[in-house]
Design a protein around this ligand. Sequence first.
Ligand SMILES: C[S@@+](CC[C@H](N)C(=O)[O-])C[C@H]1O[C@@H](n2cnc3c(N)ncnc32)[C@H](O)[C@@H]1O
Length: 275
Amino acid sequence: MNTQKIDCRGLADEDVAWTLVGTLYLRAWESRLPTPILGDHYAAEAIERIDYDFPKLKRQVRPGSNQFLVGLRARQLDDWSTTFLTEHPDAVVLQLGCGLDSRMLRLDPQGTRDWFDLDIPQVIDLRRQLYPERGRYQMIGASVTDDGWLEAIPADRPVLIIAEGLLPYLTLTEVRSLLQRLTDHFPSGELIFDALTPRIVRMLKHFQWSPRDAKEIERWNPRLTCTEHMPFCTHYRRIPVRRYRILYRLIHALPALRNMATEYRYTFRPRALPQ
Ligand SMILES: C[S@@+](CC[C@H](N)C(=O)[O-])C[C@H]1O[C@@H](n2cnc3c(N)ncnc32)[C@H](O)[C@@H]1O
């Protein structure tokens, strides 16, 4: 990692982009626990290099309890990714709405895979100051809704598509069209993401889309099959702090709270060959 300080003070609270500092901050916080769930020490190193109003951010993101929310989510997506990449060593990885997340360092520290991280240009400009583009790792500055970027990604192998914290920001039409473009482009693969319940989406600024259920996406796009989905707090037993483990256990016991946020895993099969 470079050592120069990166100025992120330009990310205003009303921009969606500032949320990426929030999630990075929570992962850094979580990594300092004696027995963390995720233990993302790259996030802790990255936070040291960022210039931001951290006292204000701390009040906004409340790391005491929310570090576990982000830690559990990222760990689940890392675990699914590891399983897929072990089964498909030649797979391409495409992470959408990557923010300042260090997943490529956590899962591919040597940069031996074709791995593409995409976010809007403003975010990729910041990201390039934090993480080097090395080996077969590349960053793409574009909106997922833009045309053109997908064509640059190899389509001759299975793909792992990761969208953590992204899809709620898109509209229904944008999500549908994105998933269609992805399954049209790649021969087969897996898609993993998280989503929120409609009630939470209605309550929070910037959020637009939430799935009605796991089958909704299968109805839009028959190449996608949901193989697993789980409430964000399913693995509350991993929480190393007793009072928060009890809190998340309570949340898990109440369906209205448990289903606030869910992680989804879809597989997409190879296209049927023409007759
Ligand atoms: C909550 S942050 C999550 C960042 C990262 N995945 C993480 O977990 O730390 C949401 C990210 O989605 C990105 N984003 C929102 N809309 C986008 C779009 N249309 N195209 C690309 N990225 C987008 C934001 O810039 C931001 O980095």
